[in-house]
Design a protein around this ligand. Structure first.
Ligand SMILES: NC(=O)c1ccc[n+]([C@@H]2O[C@H](COP(=O)([O-])OP(=O)(O)OC[C@H]3O[C@@H](n4cnc5c(N)ncnc54)[C@H](OP(=O)(O)O)[C@@H]3O)[C@@H](O)[C@H]2O)c1
Length: 302
């Protein structure tokens, strides 16, 4: 059995990676207290001791708002911490997969789906940190793979306080027949985390570099949800346009998947993923969602 080390395994993505691969890999998932990623020596020590074949780095400050509020702290974790992981993985010749984000494209004036090689100047701290981490990690370990993930959701195991609230909000709203509004000046991929998990193993074999890694989407978020409603046979009368969000600075985080596709990595479109999950939730008798309202549909931490 190959050995895999996962950082950030108490988080949204890391916990699912551990569950997904536990039958196939021998997994070591050090908790935050066991391996503080900003401690370069500690990181090297842990990786040398465990000697993984693959390192998947999910530990981060993933909340965009927190990065704005605490730029120094988040820079240390999101940039310096990632460099420590990439460098240590390189030293023990483990394949290193790191999580970046579609937020590196925030602020770009490109109207089409973004390609990896664009010159970027992200307009938020989180995006700046993710971009710098990509650049620095590739310097210290050119074989590492940096995945630009989009906003993810999970209908299978949604827990309170997790990042999967996009579809949870949608579903609860439908069930409670409450109004929901989504921005028309925002275009982005939104991805079922289970598709990320299914595609992840392919990244262990691909050349080092940056890859867009998530569901493509050509539509604004309001239209995306409208299409999903239609596909799921739902009445969209409670669906409203949010014209204010991103009005002065329209956002396009939509990513071109060609580079990943050429490596055999395939994601369904955002509309198709959301539609299928919505249909599944509506049909699922044993759905574990609470009956209370989940709040605003436009509340987007990312
Ligand atoms: N979720 C999304 O929709 C999304 C979208 C795009 C990109 N991403 C990226 O994907 C990765 C995983 O995201 P996620 O949503 O799973 O994040 P998350 O749920 O916020 O989990 C973050 C994890 O990092 C750990 N951590 C934080 N600071 C640490 C430190 N200094 N040393 C060691 N561990 C530390 C946390 O442990 P404690 O809680 O114990 O501190 C937690 O396990 C991140 O790089 C994120 O930026 C996520």
């Amino acid at each position: 059995m190959k050995r895999m080390l996962v950082t950030g395994a108490s988080g949204f993505l890391g916990s699912r990676i551990v569950d997904f691969f536990q039958e196939k890999y021998e997994i070591y998932a050090p908790r935050h207290q066991e391996m503080e990623i900003t401690d370069e020596e500690k990181v090297m020590q842990v990786l040398e001791k465990y000697k993984p074949d693959i390192v998947i780095h999910c530990a981060a400050i993933s909340d965009v708002g927190q990065c704005e509020k605490e730029p120094e702290k988040s820079w240390k974790i999101n940039v310096d911490g990632s460099i420590n992981i990439a460098r240590a993985a390189g030293k023990i010749q483990a394949k290193c997969i790191l999580c970046s984000s579609d937020q590196v494209y925030f602020g770009s004036s490109v109207k089409e789906a973004h390609k990896e090689e664009e010159t970027l100047q992200p307009c938020n701290v989180y995006g700046q940190e993710k971009l710098r981490a990509e650049q620095e990690c590739l310097k210290v370990n050119p074989d590492c793979v940096l995945l630009r993930l989009s906003w993810m959701y999970d209908t299978k195991t949604m827990c309170d306080g997790e990042h999967g609230d996009f579809i949870k909000t949608l579903f609860l709203n439908i069930r409670n027949a409450e109004p929901l509004s989504y921005p028309v000046h925002d275009r982005r991929g939104i991805t079922d985390v289970n598709e990320v998990l299914q595609n992840l193993e392919k990244t262990f074999e691909i050349p080092g570099g940056v890859y867009n890694f998530g569901s493509p989407n050509d539509l604004d978020t309001y239209t995306t949800v409208g299409e999903a409603f239609k596909n799921a046979g739902l009445d969209a009368k409670n669906l409203q346009k949010n014209e204010l969000a991103f009005q002065s600075n329209p956002r396009n985080l939509s990513m071109c998947q060609e580079k990943a596709f050429n490596c055999g990595i395939v994601f369904s479109s955002t509309v198709s993923g959301v539609s299928e999950n919505l249909k599944g939730l509506l049909n699922d008798e044993g759905c574990c969602l609470p009956a209370s309202s989940a709040g605003e549909g436009t509340d987007d931490k990312r």
